[in-house]
Write a protein that binds this ligand. Structure first.
Ligand code: NDP
Length: 311
């Protein structure tokens, strides 16, 4: 069996940028892109903050272009999920069902998934009023009433951020106490545009083609009510997609793959020749552009590793 230079698992902005860089370095990367390729940008509509697109770009189109760019330089793709890996210092092994692939280096870019409430209309109206990213979509709700669901730091931060755009921001949380830090709570409480609705859960998102309101239930009184909003931001945490690598790689206390703090190889994991980039190792920035940047770093780190380990 051939041992490739690089296998990349995952195909969001991080994985595809890594593929572009590795392919242009003539390393002929194999990208195992997953059945649901393209990552979280496939779930968004317009992306206005990715540099280089003066008038914005649709998320799926951006990903299609990145993929085509990688192919142009010789990256190969398998449109299926990696099902098993064996990560060790030597040859890295990745399975796609029964087929085994070997490489000298592996780049992990499997991303993270925003946690959702699991309501039917929440998925149906995703990108049409329902969002999981205030930085990405807040701008579309200028002068409109918005809701944020959650009681952690993300929810507080998103509520404050969204108050720059929305006419009003309702912060809806299922309890009276918060997971968020006190300073973040105080900041949101002091914001005249933010109104807290506590002990309350979201029962359903209302609207045919776009969000027109929410059906809420107060857990203390059991009363249901309707709230008119045009946007709802679900901020109940993220789950990094690391199941495939569990027990084989160092993961931090939030479940993200730990990458190096050394400036000379920022994408390195604890296993020589294994690198991670994008949201699977970033609980903080979670932007397409930071993911792309870290994908570039991972490809360059892998390239240096290959140069230093050439027979
Ligand atoms: P957290 O896990 O901290 O908070 C999630 C919140 O969502 C909790 O309040 C939780 O409620 C609520 N929640 C979870 N599931 C549901 C559900 N099914 N229905 C309703 N509510 C639900 O996630 P965050 O994304 O807020 O933060 C993740 C990490 O990132 C944290 O460590 C945080 O400190 C950090 N962070 C830091 C920031 C900063 O410092 N500027 C900004 C953003 C994040 P409950 O409390 O009842 O469990």
């Amino acid at each position: 069996m051939d041992t490739r230079n690089i296998i990349i698992v995952g195909s969001g902005p991080a994985g595809l940028t890594a593929a572009i860089y590795a392919a242009r370095a003539n390393l002929k990367p194999l990208v195992i892109e997953g059945y649901q390729s393209g990552g979280q940008l496939m779930l968004t509509s317009e992306v206005e903050n990715f540099p280089g697109f003066e008038h914005g770009v649709m998320g799926p189109e951006l990903m299609k272009n990145m993929r085509a760019q990688a192919i142009r330089f010789g990256a190969e793709f398998i449109s299926a999920d990696a099902t098993k890996v064996e990560l060790q210092a030597g040859v890295k092994k990745v399975w796609v069902d029964k087929t085994e692939h070997h490489a000298k280096t592996l780049i992990i870019s499997t991303g993270a998934s925003a946690n959702l409430l699991g309501l039917k209309n929440e998925s149906r109206l995703m990108g049409r009023g329902v969002s999981t990213c205030a930085t990405c979509d807040g701008f579309f709700f200028r002068d409109k009433p918005i809701a944020v669901i959650g009681g952690g730091d993300s929810a507080m931060e998103e509520a404050n951020f969204l108050s720059r755009f929305g006419s009003k921001v309702y912060l809806i949380h299922r309890r009276e106490d918060f997971k968020a830090s006190q300073i973040m709570i105080d900041r949101a409480r002091a914001n005249p545009k933010v109104e807290f609705i506590l002990n309350t859960i979201l029962e359903d998102v209302l609207g045919e083609n776009e969000v027109t309101g929410l059906r809420l239930k107060n857990l203390k009184t059991q009363q249901t009510s309707e709230l008119k909003v045009e946007g709802v931001f679900v901020a109940i945490g993220h789950t990094p997609n690391t199941k495939l690598f569990a027990g084989q790689i160092t993961i931090d206390d939030k479940g993200y793959i730990r990458t190096s703090s050394e400036k000379t190889h920022v994408a390195a994991t604890n296993i020589p020749g294994v690198y991670a980039c994008g949201d699977v190792q970033d609980s903080r920035y979670r932007q397409a552009i930071t993911a792309a940047g870290s994908g570039c770093a991972a490809a360059l780190d892998a390239q240096h590793f290959l140069e230093n380990h050439e027979a």
